[in-house]
Ligand binder design. Sequence first.
Ligand SMILES: [Cu+2]
Length: 493
Amino acid sequence: MLKIVRSCRVPVLVLAALASTALARPVAAQTSLQPANWDSGMTLRLPEDLNPDPRILEINMEARLAEVEVEPGLRVKAWTYDGGLPGPLIRAKVGDRLIVHFTNRLQEPTTIHWHGVRVPIEMDGVPGISQDEVKQGESFTYDFELRDAGLYWYHPHVMSAAQVGFGLYGALQVDDPDDGVGVADSLTLVLSDIGFDKRGDLEPADSGGPAGMVFGREGQHVLVNGRRKPVLTVRSGAPQRWRIVNTAKSRFFLIDMDGQPITTIGTDGGLQERPTTEGTVLVTSGERVDVIVTPTGTPGSTLIVRAMLYNRGYGSVQYRDVEELFTIKFTNEPTLPKKPLPTIARTLTPVPAAGATRVPVVLTLPPQGPDGKSEFRVNGVPFWEAKPFLAKLGEVQLWEINNDTDWDHPFHLHGFFFMALDEKDQPIRPMAWKDTINIPMKTKARILIDFNERPGEWMFHCHILDHAEGGLMGTVQVGPPSGKSHTHRTGGE
Ligand SMILES: [Cu+2]
């Protein structure tokens, strides 16, 4: 037993070694160090659990139009899950079963895709490939097990650039009570943006034409848990865990807390091998990060958390300003003395790369045609002309993805985690399970995927959703085809 006395004014944090795991991970008796209602400016709604079984979370959810206030007096007629922006925070424990009775009250067809979750193919939410569209007034029940701890999210896979941009997204958090992180004060942060005019009418999904598609449209209002510039009230020197998802359809967030250290402990597929500490953390579209921060400042003062400029292509840093995300307001209590964080580590077992099938993937953007149209291509073809990649069930593949465009592409694979490799086929350290990896302009990424289960046709695409709809999309058929013939339609990703 290891005892850490935090200070004479706060309870003693007792850490016990877990005997059953290879790495002795401490389990903390957690006590909040924050004032009451410290996070009331940015809490997320929770859905009502209809099922008495503690291992089953069963909820109803509706997609519908709703007027939403993103700051006092500033309203937008958004597309929402259950009337809010973002949708409810679906929160369960690892191993739980999730049942979502979904009804579409929109005038357009939609679906729900569960980003990053190892769902059966029938639950993956891609119309024409894994399920039928849910049309206006129709319902569909999603039902699957939450096998992996981590922060995931959900959004439509029909006209996704439009529907996500209009407000259809929410977080799905799968907790591991034994993760040993030992930080009591935790926030889930859904970062997004939305574009609308003075009347609250949404910016059209095709604004800017082909140039808008090539850039990746960003809404002018940056939102944190659906609010503009909310406020957190915190005690200086108290550690916090932030679980962050970027649900914006194009915008990247390079998060800065006035240069104060940000310790990343996990990413898409839960905790990473070991923490890393830097002055900023980048979260590209679709990605998640799990970080520990200890905001520190003079009692009574404020600290602004910002999104700094990050160059993901022409126009993303020119004539642009940093964005304020939220304000940290320090209470008048004295700063807590610095204490070391518990050892946060995870044993990850990489799949051997030797013998993996090499799959070249080249991303291009040919010059505009005479008709002014632009299209992104994967191995020479846009999505609507592409044939599925093939993988045998149990085959390990090494995708060597060459981004030969002048734009970054956060590359997302449905249904499977992968690991990023270096040029020598070794995992990039610290190791982490990813489902979305940013491939900066004119660079390459190498990812190792074990197609060891769940045969079916799985999507991959850029998570700048305008790029996806502009052609940067494809599928991989894992195992034999189901026999159902599929028609790939434009915009039906
Ligand atoms: Cu892209």
